[in-house]
Design a protein. Structure first.
Length: 207
């Protein structure tokens, strides 16, 4: 961790999100209050850790944190209020779910949701702030597990592999198999796939 200057507060929660970019599934957030008396070594941005290391740290955070909580916004909510507002809502839910109320909240990124306590946005916070790193690990492991579960329901889409992001494989499968109930209909590639399916259906009816 760097020389980030922490606010003068006793109970600090870190908040991060995973899943703003994918075409499928919820955006998942986590809030974590670490225990200064029970430090965790090796916290870092979840994207920069191996899966094995991430899983080990996940278990350690769950065991040692003073409090941690998940928040989420489902695809329907994302479609209704857009991904930015849905992310802010999911962050609010994560903070509200903590069983200990923090004095201060540090949020990864460049904006904060409306919260009941003081907060500060930290750009690249998942690399600079221990609590945000911990939140990024909790959120990523949780969402990756959800994608693995979705993969069992829809094995033809490769969700366990691309985690719902708009990779070439995902785009190919979307064209081949159409849109699942878990896809975000407001996202352009999904919207286009729905439109293509509608055009194809109209053509077949007119033949």
């Amino acid at each position: 961790m760097s020389d980030f200057i922490y606010p003068n507060a006793a109970l600090i929660a870190g908040v991060d999100e995973v899943g703003r970019g994918p075409l499928v599934g919820a955006v998942v957030t986590a809030a974590v209050i670490l225990d200064p008396a029970n430090p965790i070594q090796g916290l870092a941005d979840s994207k920069k850790l191996s899966e094995k290391r991430r899983l080990a740290l996940y278990d350690e955070i769950v065991e040692k944190a003073l409090s941690w909580s998940l928040g989420r916004a489902e695809p329907e909510e994302i479609d209704q209020i857009n991904i930015l507002h849905a992310t802010m809502l999911a962050m609010q839910r994560a903070v509200a779910g903590l069983h200990i109320t923090p004095d201060f909240v540090l949020i990864d990124g460049n904006r904060c949701p409306a919260l009941a306590m003081p907060s500060q946005a930290v750009v690249k916070g998942d690399s600079l702030v221990r609590e945000i790193s911990a939140a990024s690990i909790i959120a990523k492991v949780t969402r990756d597990r959800e994608m693995a579960e979705l993969d069992l329901l829809y094995p033809e889409y490769g969700f366990a592999q691309h985690k719902g992001y708009p990779t070439a494989l995902h785009m190919e499968k979307l064209t081949q198999h159409g849109v699942t109930p878990h896809h975000r209909r407001s996202f352009a590639p999904v919207r286009n796939a729905l439109l293509d399916a509608e055009i194809a259906a109209t053509r077949s009816r007119s033949l």
